[in-house]
Structure formats: structure tokens, C-alpha cells
Design a protein around this ligand. Structure first.
Ligand code: EPU
Length: 437
């Protein structure tokens, strides 16, 4: 698959299903490595990130069996072994997941090797919090030419960590390391995203002792041994919101089976403020354009329970069709407006600013990061030839092409497979007109 030729201008209409959250499934698969028994994860989507983690786990001796249509992954970590550095290296650039293997590998094997990390090109995406956490647990971190070697000559012991920012990955790093470290670990300023709560649920099923207290404090009492788990992944609320935004931008009507209200409260409030309509039932959420003008809004991304950064790009496409000036302040990543360049080419009026607009000062103010945007609408979108920049930006370009009049070429769509299961099949189900070229 190289690119899609999209004939835009048709409202998306129909029903699609979202399965397990990409940003949980990969971590739950890593958690299985901590156990001394087999685990079974259900509701697993067929996306590239799952293949990457499965590949990494297999390199370390974990047997991974998959029933792809049924969405079941069985993991047997009983014969875990040290992988060849060169083999791990072939995964370099494919994903940021290897960093989360550190704690489990240190517990099981006493060492971990992390190749140079990939993931989306959004800002620098450093791993300083991760390395500092591992050091605090007593690990030794050595930088090699090809990556980072982490060892724990004297084992891992509980610690107190206060994160400078409630990072999702760093919180997961701490959890995956603390559960089998000796003694008690306390994390302050933890991230509390629903995907993290589901990871905590998995770890508890394995035998861990973890409490989530008020004010972003997590406490873990280390245990010497963990077993396996059986668990169905929570649905992907980023994918659900992406389809919701696609419905709004194309004046459509889409039922997202699997979308779950409690994890999407903040998105739903915002969707409603823009003018979008939705109906919630036990199995999913129906999102639709109201048939009248959309309203401009002021929006700030934030950690949970705030408006997710991953919801921002798809919604911005819909905001190009809202009447008036919308202000969007991105406070999680310093560089997540690169995708707006293609929208401008397509006729959108979007200007990006270094200043913190519409909200409080964030970490990126006065630091030369174009992290605020003003979107003026409604602006009719026209077809263009676009190259997908990253996962969420790429899906947003696809939405723009679907909303635009004329035929667009959307290149580099492989990136979208990282996190959107069978998106071309879903587009077909929603009546989109396109060809794979
Ligand atoms: N940060 C640091 N140092 C670190 C770690 C993070 O400065 O060591 C900073 C980051 O640069 C960023 C902020 O902290 O500015 C938040 O990053 P976080 O660690 O929370 O993000 P992450 O764990 O790397 C996950 C998701 C992202 C999602 C973010 C925020 C996965 C695999 N990725 O990333 O998802 O945007 O949390 O919710 O879980 C996506 O799905 O497209 C995606 C990018």
C-alpha cells in the first residue's frame, strides 16, 4: 500500500467498531513479561504497533500466539532469554516501546538493551524521566554507540519519585519496575490516563499491590513474584474521537461501536461545544454533524482528565469548518502543529504562534515552539497532494481529504496503520470514495 487517492466531499455515514487502545495494548503485552505464567490479552486490534511489540517479546524468548480476527494474544514468558543486540537493533526506529521493556527485563534477566528510539516525530520526545527513574531504582545506565545498556548488579529497590510532568510513559515505566522491586515505591505527579488505570488493573491481576491515591500519587508495594493475567483491553478512545471528528468535518453521521463515555467525557463536552451531536448507548456512541453551522471554541490540550493531545489534530480539521476564530493551545507536546501546513495548502486558514494563547502559560511559552494555533472558519477545503507526517497528523490529513472538494493524493499512509486498525476497510464501510494506488 503506498498511497490513497481520495475523492472528497461525501459525508461519512455508517457504523465502524473500535477495538483495544493502542496505547494500552502494547504496555499490557510488556507487563506479561513480568509474570512467571502465561497471560491472555483480548480485544487486541490488528495494528503495526502490536506486531512490533510481539516481535520484541519473541526476541526475548516470549512465545506469542495470536488469533488476529478474534483479537486474542497469548503470551508465554516462561523461557525468557537475553536477546541479541543486533536483533533488537533492527527494531530501532520502529517504536518507543523498547524503553518500557527495561523494568521487566531487569527483573527477569538482570539487563536490558534499548536501541535508538522511534515513535512519532512530535517534538524531541526525550526519555530523561525514564532513565532517571531506572537509576533511582538502582539500575546502572550506560550509553553505547547503538543504544543504551541498563543493568541492575545489585537488584532493584523501591524509591520515591516526583515527576516534573505527569508523563504517561514515565508513569508506566515506574509501575512496570516497582511491582517487583524490593520494598515500597511512591510516585508523585503521576499520569492517571484511563490506559494507565487499565495497566494497573492488569498488574493487580498478576499479583501486584498498587494504590492510586488522590492528587496524582501512586504507591506500589513490591512483590517477589507475579503470575499471568487474562484481560480485555479498554477501547481506543483516540481512534473513537478520530472517527467522531471525521464525522463532524465531513458533515456525516458515524456510529462508533466500542466507544465508551467515561473515557471520553472531555472530548464529548468539546464536541458538543463545537455543535456536534451525539447519542450514547451501551455499545457505543453515534456522532453526527448538526446540519447547521459549527461554533468556534477555545481549547487547551492537557494530561488526563484534560483534553488529550491526540484528539487535537483530528478535531482541528473539523474546526476549519466552524464559524469564527478557534484558539488551540497545545501544552503536552511542543511541536504538534506541523500537520496544519498541509491543511493550509488545502485552503484552511490556520496560523501558529509561539505564545501560549487562550489559556495559562505552559512549559513551552517563550521557548520558540509554535504550540498555539488560531483557526479561522469556515474555510472550504480543496483537494491536494499530501504526505502523511505522523500517525495522528496523518489521520487528520485523511479527514481533510475526505472533507475537501476534488481528488486528493494522500501519501505515506503506512504510518496510519501503526494505530488505526483496518482504516481503509472502515472508510469503505462509511461510504468514502477512494482508491489505493
Ligand atoms: N517527556 C519528557 N521526558 C521523558 C518523557 C516525556 O520530557 O522522559 C515529555 C514529553 O516530551 C512530552 C510530555 O512529557 O512533552 C508527555 O509525554 P508522555 O511521556 O506523556 O508521552 P508518551 O508516554 O511518550 C504516550 C502516548 C502518546 C500520547 C502521550 C500523551 C504511547 C505509546 N504513546 O506517549 O500517543 O500522545 O502519551 O497522552 O502510549 C499517539 O498515540 O499518537 C501518541 C503519540
Amino acid at each position: 500500500m503506498s498511497h490513497l487517492q481520495v475523492h472528497g466531499g461525501t459525508p461519512l455515514q455508517g457504523e465502524i467498531t473500535v477495538r483495544g487502545a493502542k496505547n494500552f495494548v502494547s504496555k499490557a503485552m510488556v507487563a506479561a513479561l513480568l509474570g512467571e505464567d502465561t497471560s491472555e490479552l483480548r480485544n487486541v486490534p490488528e495494528i503495526r504497533d502490536v506486531n512490533v511489540v510481539a516481535g520484541l517479546l519473541r526476541l526475548h524468548g516470549v512465545q506469542v500466539e495470536r488469533d488476529v480476527p478474534g483479537g486474542v494474544v497469548r503470551l508465554d514468558p516462561r523461557n525468557v532469554e537475553i536477546a541479541h543486540k543486533a536483533d533488537i537493533d533492527t527494531h530501532a526506529g520502529a517504536s518507543r516501546i523498547p524503553i518500557l521493556l527495561c523494568g521487566p527485563l531487569l527483573h527477569r534477566l538482570g539487563e536490558a538493551f534499548i536501541p535508538d528510539l522511534g515513535g512519532c516525530r512530535i517534538g524531541d520526545r526525550p526519555i530523561d524521566y525514564h532513565l532517571e527513574i531506572l537509576r533511582q531504582f538502582g539500575a546502572q545506565v550506560d550509553k553505547l554507540d547503538t543504544g543504551i545498556l541498563i543493568t541492575a548488579p545489585r537488584g532493584l529497590h523501591g524509591t520515591k519519585v516526583d515527576l516534573p510532568y505527569p508523563s504517561v510513559g514515565a508513569t508506566e515505566q515506574l509501575l512496570l519496575t516497582a511491582v517487583r522491586a524490593a520494598g515500597v515505591t511512591e510516585l508523585r505527579n503521576a499520569a492517571i490516563e484511563p490506559e494507565i488505570m487499565d495497566l494497573i488493573a492488569v498488574l493487580q491481576r498478576m499479583g501486584a499491590i498498587i494504590s492510586v491515591d488522590t492528587d496524582r500519587v501512586i504507591r506500589v508495594e513490591g512483590v517477589p513474584r507475579l503470575g499471568g493475567f487474562t484481560h480485555a483491553a479498554l477501547p481506543d478512545r483516540i481512534e473513537a474521537a478520530s472517527w467522531a471528528s471525521a464525522a463532524l468535518a465531513t458533515r456525516g453521521d458515524v456510529y462508533v461501536r466500542g466507544a465508551r463515555q467515561p473515557d471520553m467525557m472531555t472530548f464529548l463536552n468539546t464536541f458538543r461545544k463545537v455543535g456536534g451531536e451525539f447519542d450514547i448507548d451501551d455499545d457505543g456512541i453515534r456522532f453526527r454533524h448538526p446540519g447547521t453551522e459549527l461554533a468556534s471554541i477555545v481549547l487547551e490540550t492537557d494530561v488526563h482528565p484534560g483534553f488529550m493531545t491526540d484528539w487535537q489534530q483530528p478535531l482541528v480539521v473539523a474546526l476549519t469548518q466552524a464559524t469564527g476564530l478557534s484558539i488551540v493551545h497545545e501544552t503536552v507536546y511542543e511541536n504538534r502543529f506541523g500537520f496544519t501546513e498541509a491543511l493550509r495548502q488545502m485552503g484552511a486558514t490556520i496560523q501558529v504562534y509561539r505564545e501560549c494563547l487562550g489559556g495559562l502559560e505552559c512549559r513551552f511559552g517563550q521557548r520558540n515552539f509554535f504550540h498555539s494555533a488560531v483557526v479561522s472558519g469556515p474555510a472550504p477545503l480543496r483537494a491536494a497532494d499530501i504526505e502523511v507526517p505522523d500517525l495522528r497528523g496523518g489521520f487528520s490529513h485523511l479527514i481533510a481529504a475526505l472533507a475537501a472538494e476534488g481528488t486528493s493524493q494522500v501519501r505515506g499512509i503506512e504510518l496510519i496503520n501503526r494505530g488505526y486498525e483496518n482504516f481503509t476497510g472502515k472508510l469503505e464501510a462509511l461510504g468514502a470514495t477512494f482508491e489505493t494506488v
